[in-house]
Design a protein. Sequence first.
Length: 230
Amino acid sequence: MHATSQLALGAAAVGLAGTWAWRQRLALRPVHRASAIALALFLAAHLLGHLAGLAGAAAHQSVLEALRLIYRQPLVEGVLLGCLLFQMGSGLTLLWRGRGRRRGGVAWMQAISGGYLALFLLIHVTAVLAGRFQGVDTNLQFAAAGMHTPPWQWFFGPYYFFAVFALGTHVGCALYWNLPEPLRARALVGAMLAGWLLAVCLVVLLAGGFHVLEIPARYLAPPAGLAGRG
Ligand code: HEM
């Protein structure tokens, strides 16, 4: 089967499953949680994989290419993108449904981090797919290009920092609601600290703070440069 058809098939299968769950009037929160657990494997590999960049761009490229062998299988990628769409849609629905009823700092941190993640993912995944359709290798240099194009580092630094920190915060809030009393606060603080530390490392890495990053001109020159900054 053609790769694009497999990708569409995967995304359609997840879309149909989501619609079925919706029609069965399954409570949205448990399905949102189940889809998050499915995504967690990709996200852990994705973000920890970026840490390979601490050993230089070539090491990052090798890890990226090894990971792509799995998640760029069209069926796997179709399911991944379908889960992401469902995650954003169900998350925004929960955000809307909870309006006016949200009480306490943790509920607000969960809502704000989730809202930011939905916005980030929309921009990030659109930019990556647009880059790929233009034949650009969407690698570390692609992700870092915006950080090396003044004054855009003032946008891309906070944009990446808050994405990774929001992910840690969002996971921490989910742990907070689901763990017993003595553990919940520690889990929340631990996840937020881990997110903060990872966010700082990745932003410094993208800025070339650990190793000088050579950004090829094709990543900086429009139109590929404009659409292709992660
Ligand atoms: C500093 C932080 C991040 C950097 C530098 C980064 C960079 C990248 C790069 C370079 C790609 C393309 C990968 C490839 O070509 O195979 C990508 C794809 C992707 N990223 Fe990120 N990312 C970051 C954070 C995140 C976060 C926080 C999320 C989710 C919450 C995320 C979700 C995704 C998804 C879903 C894809 C598309 C996978 C695909 O279908 O190819 N990323 N990212």
